[in-house]
Design a protein around this ligand. Structure first.
Ligand SMILES: [Mg+2]
Length: 289
């Protein structure tokens, strides 16, 4: 497949659109070019739109507030993230387990509300949950180490596999992969489950309250190893805007079956060219640019 074919605009609309947020819809506190009018146009046509994030430092209600602030009011039912999926995964797969969350408040609050028992006593911990935790410190690492290595009772799971969270200006913040690596390094254990994208559990969480077939939907996200891989893992089409982490060169270097269906310079190219002309869109008349 040539670079031209790979970057071609979709020629049709899909049955539903699942959007990653960081690096896809917005970067920091600013919507990316085309994001607002794209979402509004899909909604105007009655096409389901869902939002999906690997980030466990906010709960869906906080994403509602953020999207509203950015001018994209969205009902909470249309948003899923690893706070929701990790809680659900524990309830289904580790019922009754005592959990040590290496996590910020939203994930701990969700565990509490779900009735999941939590402890920082290594003798009682069944599952250590690693996450994107900006309060991570040596004490938490020692508790995980004691529960897993010394008492040989706890297993390790994690909310998401991301190495860093992208920030404006090419900056970023260390994400869950660094916490997983710290625990795996000292305990010589391997993380049993990483709940976030690319695991199909996330696609299910996003599309669970629609009646659309995932194979007729498109996953839109800026990261090959999470967003695009989840699409490949679940048989969804995929679109990768070049507004976040992954690059066109990285997409082209993938085996054909793992490449994004579409690589886009801006996210509103998800609307086919013929419809851009019909609606009267140009790159210049995007109201947020
Ligand atoms: Mg992203």
């Amino acid at each position: 497949m040539s670079a031209t074919a790979l970057t071609a605009w979709p020629e049709r609309l899909y049955d539903a659109y699942v959007f990653d947020m960081d690096g896809t819809i917005y970067l920091g506190d600013h919507l990316l070019p085309g994001a607002k009018r794209l979402i509004e146009e899909l909604r105007r046509r009655g096409i389901p739109v869902r939002f999906l994030s690997n980030n466990p430092t906010k709960d869906p209600e906080q994403y509602v507030e953020k999207l509203e602030r950015l001018g994209l009011p969205t009902p909470v039912e249309e948003i899923a993230n690893t706070v929701v999926t990790t809680t659900r995964w524990l309830l289904e797969n580790k019922p009754g387990a005592v959990v040590f969350p290496i996590a910020e408040e939203p994930l701990i609050r969700a565990f509490h509300e779900a009735g999941i028992e939590m402890s920082d006593d290594p003798e009682k911990i069944d599952v250590v949950v690693a996450s994107y935790d900006r309060t991570f410190d040596y004490r938490k690492l020692q508790i995980a180490f004691d529960a897993i290595w010394f008492h040989k009772r706890a297993t390790l799971i994690a909310t998401n596999p991301d190495r860093f969270c992208p920030f404006p200006g090419g900056r970023g913040e260390p994400d869950c992969a660094s916490i997983i690596a710290a625990i795996e390094a000292c305990t010589n254990t391997t993380c049993e489950m990483v709940v976030g994208k690319p695991d199909p559990v996330m696609a299910e969480a996003a599309l669970g309250n629609t009646d659309v077939d995932p194979t007729r939907c498109v996953m839109v996200g800026d990261r090959i190893m999470t967003d695009i891989k989840m699409a490949v893992n679940t048989g969804m089409f995929s679109a990768m805007p070049l507004t976040g982490e992954s690059t066109l060169e990285e997409a082209l270097a993938l085996p054909e079956a793992e490449r994004p269906t579409h690589v886009l310079d801006r996210v509103d190219r998800l609307i086919p060219k013929v419809l851009w002309d019909e609606i009267g869109w140009t790159e210049e008349n995007d109201p947020i640019v």
